[in-house]
Design a protein. Structure first.
Length: 48
């Protein structure tokens, strides 16, 4: 369920950025690796 909340929050922020026409503060590949790191980190912490 937490993954659904994260996905919806990310989608909402993306829509807000598009509506306000704000350029993302990081290049897309850097942002994707950061998101991947957060998901992996959360998964590892739950496993411990």
């Amino acid at each position: 369920m937490a993954y659904v909340h994260m996905l919806l929050t990310g989608a909402l922020v993306g829509v807000l950025y598009a509506v306000v026409r704000v350029k993302a503060p990081t290049p897309p590949p850097v942002a994707l690796f950061g998101l991947l790191g957060m998901v992996v980190g959360q998964t590892v912490m739950r496993a411990l």
